[in-house]
Design a protein around this ligand. Structure first.
Ligand SMILES: Nc1ncnc2c1ncn2[C@@H]1O[C@H](COP(=O)(O)OP(=O)(O)OP(=O)(O)O)[C@@H](O)[C@H]1O
Length: 398
């Protein structure tokens, strides 16, 4: 179904969304977070006692009059059609008891998002753990790209992680089926934004998600954001510092991009990725480089990346079930702050046989004591020193 209008009437959306149930079937437990398109709660399904994530789909006042905005419908219908282990599953759609324009997405629940794990638990992933996460991210991307869907907002906070180590790509609020129509630039969070978007292209492809994946891989590997720009200009400067300047030779057509003229790029800068990733294997540096290729047409695809030597060489990707768990984070996901994880420091020689610092299965108690109960509603905990970085990380579309 193609949606062309700004919104769709309530009378139509029921058929569009399929059968829906009342939101009263769910007990809200705690607030997980809030994105541009709505508040997300952890909730219990009264019928089954299953824990789910309940996302209220925000309907902006100006759109409310006409029914459900097509951005919401787009996300819901897209997600409902997707079935992949690494893509968050929409289980069903719930509506308000009396108001039909209150729409909630009932999603499978994932305990963490990677932004929180990095910011609050200061999770330090070993090589085989990073490989495990990257493999899952690329598998999810391969799946959606094969279906003509571009996510466009791949970032740490949109990568959820279940207690069983399964990475789930979430938040398709900005996703859109890939067509030949020009699309609006400026939609990927700036740290993970591809150069073609920064230079104002209107005809971008699924390659934008692979650039973001390169930034994620670099960040997980270096344990700090690779390109934490504060503005488009600074973002481009950081990219040029890291990779050297783009030019017509390595990126044919670059000069014709709408904003390319606005930037003075110094041609002689070398690519410094190997310096930034010092100590990593050649294959690691090569794959990040392939993902961070200026020319989107030459950028590696998800399918190709999965066949890269990086995944062949040792240490191999860990099985998801062997990823560390962060038990004290459970049920707190996305509260204002959280205690640290019970992971030990990464001693890491990345032995694939016995992954370090893991809390397999987990019977161990988290270190430290916490002055609150697990199922508290709307937890508000003290803020940590990571808040500035978190604010930036969470900062989104401009
Ligand atoms: N299925 C889920 N299970 C657990 N937590 C979730 C789930 N979906 C979303 N969340 C949490 O809720 C937060 C808000 O999610 P949402 O997708 O609405 O916005 P966002 O990605 O943070 O921001 P934006 O939509 O503006 O890019 C996420 O950061 C995530 O931690």
């Amino acid at each position: 179904m193609t949606i062309t209008n700004k919104s769709i009437n309530v009378s139509l959306y029921k058929g569009f969304l399929g059968a829906s149930i009342s939101v009263n079937q769910f007990d809200k437990l705690n607030r997980l977070g809030e994105g541009t398109y709505g508040v997300v709660h952890r909730a219990k399904d009264r019928r089954t006692n299953e824990i789910v994530a309940l996302k209220a789909v925000r309907i902006f006042a100006n759109e409310k009059r006409d029914g459900i905005p097509n951005t919401a419908l787009r996300e819901i219908s897209l997600l409902k059609s997707l079935r992949h282990r690494n893509v968050i599953r929409v289980l069903e759609v719930a509506v308000g008891e009396t108001q039909l324009d209150e729409v909630y997405m009932v999603m499978e629940y994932a305990e963490h998002d990677l932004a929180d794990l990095i910011d609050y638990s200061q999770a330090r992933f070993s090589v085989s753990e990073v490989k495990c996460l990257m493999k899952q991210l690329l598998e999810g991307l391969e799946y959606i790209h094969k279906r003509g869907i571009i996510h466009r907002d791949i970032k740490m906070s949109n990568l959820l992680l279940t207690a069983r180590g399964i990475l789930k790509i979430a938040d398709f609020g900005l996703a859109r089926s890939h067509t030949d129509r020009p699309m609006t630039p400026g939609v990927v969070t700036i740290w993970y934004r591809s150069p073609e978007l920064l230079f104002g292209t209107k005809n971008y492809t699924s390659a934008v998600d692979l650039w973001s994946a390169g930034c994620i891989m670099g960040e997980l590997t270096c344990r700090k954001p690779l390109l934490p720009g504060e503005s488009e200009k600074q973002q481009i400067d950081l990219i040029v510092d890291l990779l050297g300047a783009p030019n017509e030779r390595i990126w044919p057509g670059f000069r014709t991009l709408p904003l390319a003229r606005n930037f003075r790029l110094h041609d002689l800068r070398p690519n410094t990725l190997d310096r930034v990733l010092r100590g990593q294997s050649r294959a690691t540096i090569e794959l990040v480089n392939d993902l961070l290729t200026y020319d989107p047409d030459k950028r590696i695809t998800a399918k190709e990346a999965l066949r890269h030597e990086y995944f062949e060489e040792r240490p191999k990707a860990l099985e998801p079930g062997l990823l560390p768990t962060f038990p004290e984070f459970r049920s707190f996901s996305n509260a204002s702050n959280r205690p640290g994880s019970n992971r030990q420091e990464d001693k890491s020689d990345d032995s694939e046989a016995e992954p370090s610092n893991l809390v397999h299965g987990d019977k161990r108690k988290p270190k430290g004591t916490y002055a609150f109960e697990i199922d508290e509603n709307e937890l508000v905990l003290p803020l940590s020193g990571h808040d500035e970085e978190r604010r930036n990380r969470k900062r989104t579309k401009r």
